[in-house]
Write a protein of this length. Structure first.
Lengths: 295, 304
């Protein structure tokens, strides 16, 4: 009896010290998420008649979504942004860096510090630096580089807006990919490589037949987590292009922001937000299951 | 046997050269954008383009503080992000301990929930979040005005208001960093043997004494990691201050930088670059400290 009252008291105390965190998460994350779903069924707006007297409109916002070319455009842009920067750009450069930095090279620390640097830059600073890199005219850094190779310079953010935000987001995330993939590489026992070498495998065979297959679980987890965090990117794109020109870089988080705070359509913005929440949650659940958390 | 991909140890030097070339290219890609901020901030005649300053000067930095409200922006950012970080460390320290030690039914659902919360895009939450904060702010404002007159009430609300006040931004910034911090601390306490606590219990220590005398000293490395990641992420955040703050007195560094950049006709690149550099430095320093935790945190997040 004594023991069980003691355990009950401890259990109560543990719940008590967790409760402030629980309260904040409920108030500022869970409740807003649920509230988003509610808002998406109303015609809430920041201005106009609907602002004073919001009504329940059923699925009207969602049926409007289906016919909204700008919404489909933003889904497509988000998809290309995620595939281009997280799945291809960051992954390829991160994997190359991770593999090369496992070797015994001089300046290893210096290289890895430099690769980590973009990750530390706040979103607005990163956007600002790249506006300088990508500006129009012959003096911008990228224009000078392409002119060195005999190509024609252009106003990069106007001519290739989506490609450019993919490049910038790749730049910002190489470090995350490198760190995760380094951790994955270090779990492959060196005996496996030695055995392969004994059997006369060449480096590219070793990479394709051993490194890649054994890395698959890590790669899958990386892909899921980086896809989810790339869908959430806002400040970087906002600072660079604010979704423009003409919606070319209007990723879903920018579209939600523009609908809510520029067009003041809160109900409709919430419907778009719910779509983003659902996509992220599906990827998140896949991530949690793939990672087989033992909690 | 670390060089498994390109060469056997001591074989030809060519693969090494290739490795250096590839790493140099990637590093150049990573580093070049930073050069412009650094050089332009020291250039008396800075342009939007990368160029070697003809006239070196610290004048741009002086102007951030003398001509504009730079000191206030720095203070606001440090105060808001610093308070949020402290709050995260306290809450995640306590909560992480509870999550690690409890055997209650809510343990597993809670842990899954904080993993899933991390994937929700903040932009999708800001509209309802704004409405909730506005409601809280109005209730609070009415209460404050019962006791204080107009000007005093406004000054008080600047500190404790939920919209356009320090408190609201601090609480929301802290909440957004909590899931990762709770996860880090839970994992950290999982790795701490219970012997110390049990010894303290035997000695008749209460819960609070156990936390203060035994757990906090043991948990410092974990708290440092959780705090650094919270600081870096809150420091870089742009969306929340953009939506929650409007008074010039409360403006933080990201807003100051962004708004200075919007004055299109009169962009002063030297000033902007100096401001950007000031904003960048704390993040880079914190990142330097956080580096040794990076691998364990990211891979810990992956492996559970």
């Amino acid at each position: 009896m004594v023991r069980s009252t003691y355990e009950k008291r401890v259990a109560r105390q543990l719940l008590l010290i967790l409760s402030p965190s629980l309260l904040l998460l409920l108030a500022f994350v869970i409740y807003p998420a649920v509230y988003s779903v509610y808002l998406s069924f109303t015609n809430e707006a920041l201005t106009g008649a609907a602002a004073l007297n919001p009504r329940f409109v059923g699925l009207r916002n969602y049926s409007r979504l289906l016919h909204d070319a700008k919404f489909w455009n933003s889904l497509l842009v988000t998809f290309l942004f995620v595939v281009g920067s997280a799945i291809i750009g960051q992954f390829v450069l991160g994997l190359i860096s991770a593999i090369l930095l496992r070797r015994d090279l001089a300046f290893k620390q210096l290289f890895s510090s430099i690769i980590l640097l973009p990750n530390a830059a706040p979103e607005v600073v990163a956007g600002f630096m790249w506006i300088s890199m990508l500006a129009g005219g012959e003096n911008a850094t990228l224009s000078r580089i392409v002119m060195f190779f005999g190509m024609t310079p252009t106003d990069w953010l106007q001519t290739f807006p989506l490609t450019m935000i993919i490049v910038v987001n790749t730049w910002r995330g190489i470090a995350t990919a490198m760190i995760l993939l380094t951790a994955g590489l270090s779990t492959i026992p060196s005996e496996v490589y030695e055995a392969a070498r004994m059997d006369g495998a060449n480096p590219s065979q070793i990479f394709r037949r051993i490194t890649l297959p054994l890395m698959m679980p890590t790669i899958l987890l990386y892909m899921l987590i980086s896809a989810v965090s790339t869908i959430a990117v806002f400040g970087l794109v906002y600072a660079l292009t604010r979704g423009g020109p003409g919606g070319a870089t209007e990723v879903i988080s920018i579209y939600i922001y523009n609908q809510s705070f520029t067009a003041f359509q809160l109900g409709y913005g919430a419907a778009v937000a719910v779509v983003a929440l659902v996509i992220s949650l599906i990827l998140g659940i896949a991530y949690v299951r793939a990672m087989k958390v033992q909690v | 046997m670390t060089d498994f991909v390109l060469a056997r140890p001591g074989k030809s030097r060519r693969p090494d050269l290739l490795a250096y070339a590839a790493l140099s290219l990637i590093s150049a890609f990573c580093a070049v954008p930073f050069f412009w901020v650094l050089l332009a901030s020291l250039d008396g005649n800075a342009q939007l383009f990368l160029s070697w300053p003809r006239e070196w000067t610290l004048n741009n930095y002086v102007r951030v503080f003398a001509e504009e409200d730079g000191a206030r922006w720095v203070f606001n950012s440090l105060f808001v992000v610093g308070s949020a970080t402290l709050l995260v460390m306290v809450l995640a320290g306590l909560g992480g301990y509870a999550l690690s030690r409890t055997r209650a039914w809510w343990k597993q659902p809670f842990l899954y929930a904080i993993l899933l919360i991390r994937v929700l895009p903040p932009t999708a939450l800001v509209v309802p979040l704004y409405k909730i904060l506005l409601t809280l702010n109005n209730i609070e404002g009415n209460l404050v005005r019962i006791f204080f007159g107009g000007d005093t009430a406004r000054a008080i609300m600047r500190w404790i208001g939920f919209i356009d006040g320090y408190l609201g931004l601090i609480l929301v910034l802290a909440t957004m960093q909590l899931p990762l911090a709770l996860w880090i601390m839970k994992t950290f306490f999982d790795g701490l043997p219970r012997d110390y606590e049990e010894a303290a219990v035997m000695d008749g220590a209460t819960m609070l004494q156990r936390i203060r005398r035994v757990l906090i000293p043991l948990a410092l490395p974990g708290l440092a990691a959780a705090g650094l990641f919270a600081f870096i992420s809150a420091w870089g955040d742009f969306l929340l201050p953009l939506i929650l703050l409007s008074s010039p007195e409360l403006q933080t560094l990201p807003l100051g930088l962004f708004r200075a950049f919007l004055r299109v006709n009169t962009i002063d690149y030297g000033f902007l670059a100096a401001l950007a550099f000031i904003y960048l430095m704390p993040a880079v320093i914190a990142f330097g400290f956080a580096r040794r935790f990076l691998v364990q945190t990211f891979s810990g997040g992956v492996k559970g």
